[in-house]
Unconditional design. Structure first.
Length: 112
């Protein structure tokens, strides 16, 4: 079998920046991921009935391309507003946001 010569331009390269951009563009919109039942419960239990604040928070999370930053944003939001991050609704919202970044993770199934 003959050996084919390759130049450096043909070598396999991983462009992590392009991968991150592609993944950010492929992230599902949180508005689409949250059912009407979840939305109603989140607004009532986490956002004190303020639907516009809930929508603003989702828009802020939608703009974040990485899970670590989204998780930190949620932790700060919960902490600033004295929301127990271990209450059922906060855990469920966190799970849904996590599934946005890791959709193939079968261990996370947001539920009530």
């Amino acid at each position: 079998m003959p050996i084919r010569p390759f130049d450096d331009a043909q070598n396999f390269k991983i462009d992590l920046h392009a991968r991150a951009n592609r993944e950010a563009n492929a992230l599902q919109n949180l508005q689409q991921m949250i059912s009407a039942q979840h939305r109603q419960r989140f607004v009532k239990k986490i956002f004190g009935g303020n639907a516009s604040e809930f929508e603003r928070f989702l828009a802020e999370l939608d703009a974040i391309p990485e899970w670590g930053e989204a998780h930190q944003t949620m932790k700060e939001y919960f902490s600033d507003r004295y929301i127990n991050p271990y209450q059922e609704e906060a855990i469920c919202l966190t799970d849904i946001v996590y599934k946005r970044y890791f959709p193939l993770d079968v261990y996370i199934q947001p539920q009530f």
